[in-house]
Design a protein around this ligand. Structure first.
Ligand code: FAD
Ligand code: NAG
Ligand code: NAG
Ligand code: NAG
Ligand code: NAG
Length: 506
């Protein structure tokens, strides 16, 4: 039946109602036919490939990982974020947030071409009330540390590189030199506001949307766009003791014994106030760290390590130097300033992998010799410059090990060490050579394939694009966490709006 005939067959009072309904319906239909028009209609600021500044805006921190998104929204309010996600859902676009843009694999640009990016750079506010910090998702770590200290000598545990964004960092772990004492960054989150796949805005905390709260703390990029975090801050230590030992031309035997000594010490003797790292490259080998207390206490804490650490070629290059909180952070950043400009524009070119050692089970002497032999042979003639960072995470009393798998999605609670293997092409500029990948794989294999009875894992914040999604799920989360991560994903994002190549349910 034609509409007019249908209308004339109705009594008058229904006709007026229907006419009113039709006029509403005529005003309502969306006049946009693309994602871009949808954003314009919703008044969400955005950039597309024809916009001025586009090319500059999509340059990743890691110049090795270039991807071109379809569009980039730059919301200023939570309503903008919500409208942007609704548009993405309506047009079937895959969404990733960009925080500080420091993802190793440029997941903040989608980790592949053709994603829709919601850049959180305008969410820069920080405030502190009753020792709870409310932190916008676009804040960088150096600015956060500076603000917290200047507003009442407060602090949080987080990484050392001041340009890293709180968004990606806090949602996937966040290890820093205070983490054995205070946990990872995500362990200090008490609340988040998050925009979900249907555009709705939710508050998550231990008491509200607690499954989502669990999943966001470890696998956040798969579940929504966090607009702000609330953190329970700590009182910054009044004094820290920085120390460093340098080894000159250490043999494979000395290097092996150094790590073995650190493992034994780390398991049961390292107090939680002690951060300890071995850093080595083709031409350096050093042990350094910080004790978050006075030098007299550091001397007692470090003594059991020193009795086992090889002496040959060892020089105490910084024999315990007392410092205040912010100068310690500057020292750990090799002197680089903490505050970062709004127009942040730093870059590097690199490929990295990580190994998380399980439990107190550690690397055997033969494995370590195999590892250092590879570095002394293939490492000398490598096509890339490389370094290895060997960080103490766990051990008796470590606060990283205190929570359980059911507390947060972060999966490496019982791990003693996390090892990062980092490589850059000569000159630190692209292109990254293809042969660099197999060299770095070789370093990892010299441990994991050699000691194959041990189940090694990897750290999500050092995300490795060469893993398949199945490998990534296993290495970053493991079977037990994946069951629940999949369930929560199905409940809050059934159509997989939030996606990257290694996202949950990718
Ligand atoms: C120079 C350098 C030093 C580093 N040092 C450390 C360190 O000391 N300790 C450590 O643990 N890690 C360290 N990292 C790793 C760092 O923690 C991760 O790369 C982190 O994920 C970066 O966060 P981002 O916001 O800067 O990155 P982005 O690339 O913007 O984001 C990373 C991921 O998080 C998602 N994401 C970002 N913001 C949000 C949000 N608001 N809501 C939802 N998802 C979001 C993105 O979609 C993406 O998937 C370092 C990295 C670099 C490059
Ligand atoms: C769509 O319509 C709204 C109001 O009806 C108008 O403000 C907007 O400019 C239109 N958008 C486009 C892309 O035509
Ligand atoms: C942006 O980059 C593309 C591809 O490299 C290039 O074709 C285009 O001319 C550039 N646009 C501007 C404004 O620089
Ligand atoms: C490693 O050091 C050796 C000896 O100093 C040098 O010959 C070699 O070029 C270096 N290799 C790399 C990859 O830096
Ligand atoms: C470990 O490697 C050895 C030698 O290659 C092999 O025989 C064994 O099956 C491997 N074990 C596991 C658990 O993969």
């Amino acid at each position: 039946m034609p509409v007019n005939a249908f209308l004339t067959s109705l009594p008058m009072k229904y006709l007026t109602l229907l006419a009113a309904a039709l006029s509403v319906a005529q005003a309502a239909p969306p006049n946009h036919t693309t994602l871009s028009e949808c954003l314009v209609d919703a008044q969400v600021p955005s950039l597309g490939p024809c916009s001025t500044g586009w090319n500059q805006t999509i340059i990743p921190y890691n110049l090795r990982a270039n991807y071109t998104p379809v569009l980039l929204a730059i919301p200023k309010t939570v309503n903008h974020v919500s409208a942007a996600v609704k548009c993405a859902k309506a047009y079937g676009a895959k969404v990733q947030a960009r925080g500080g843009g420091h993802s190793y694999a440029a997941m903040g640009l989608g980790g592949t071409d053709g994603s829709f990016i919601i850049d959180m750079e305008k969410f820069k506010s920080i405030s502190l009330y009753n020792n709870i910090a409310t932190v916008g998702a676009g804040v960088r770590l150096g600015n956060l540390a500076t603000y917290l200290y200047s507003s009442g000598k407060r602090a949080l545990p987080h990484g050392l590189c001041p340009g890293v964004g709180i968004g990606g960092h806090a949602l996937h772990g966040g290890f820093g030199m205070t983490s054995r004492m205070w946990g990872t960054t995500l362990d200090n989150i008490v609340e988040m506001q998050v925009v979900l796949a249907d555009g709705s805005v939710a508050i998550t905390s231990a008491s509200q949307n607690s499954n989502l709260f669990w999943a966001l703390r470890g696998a956040g990029s798969s579940y929504g766009i966090v607009t702000y975090f609330k953190f329970a801050t700590k009182s910054a230590p009044t004094v820290a003791t920085y120390f460093q030992y340098q080894y000159y031309s250490p043999s494979i035997d000395i290097k092996t014994k150094t790590i073995l000594a650190m493992q034994e010490f780390g398991k049961a003797m390292a107090p939680k106030e002690l951060a300890l790292r071995i850093f080595f490259s083709n031409d350096t080998f050093q042990v350094y760290g910080v004790y978050w207390g006075p030098k007299t206490k550091w001397e007692k804490a470090i003594a059991p390590l020193l009795t086992h650490l090889p002496i040959a070629g060892r020089v105490s290059s910084v024999p315990g130097q007392e410092m205040e909180w912010l100068p310690t952070l500057v020292q750990l950043n090799n002197g680089g300033q903490l505050t970062q400009p709004l127009s942040y524009n730093m870059h590097d070119t690199f490929f990295a992998k990580s190994i998380v050692t399980p439990g107190m089970g550690h690397l055997g002497e033969a494995t370590l010799k195999n590892f250092f032999t590879y570095l002394a042979t293939d490492g000398q003639k490598a096509p890339v410059n490389w370094w290895v960072m060997y960080d103490l995470y766990g051990g008796a009393g470590s606060m990283i090990s205190a929570p359980t798998l059911s507390d947060t999605a972060y999966a490496h609670r019982d791990s003693l060490f996390t090892i990062q293997i980092f490589s850059t092409p000569p000159g630190q500029a692209p292109p990254y050579p293809e042969s660099g990948y197999s060299f770095v794989d070789g370093i990892v294999d010299s441990i994991t394939k050699y000691q194959n009875e041990t189940i090694f894992k990897a750290y999500t914040n050092y995300i490795d694009h060469t893993l398949t999604k199945e490998q990534a799920w296993d290495l970053y989360y493991g079977q037990e966490q994946m069951v629940k991560l999949n369930k929560v994903k199905d409940a809050v994002d059934p159509t997989r709006v939030f996606w990257n190549p290694q996202a949950i349910r990718a």
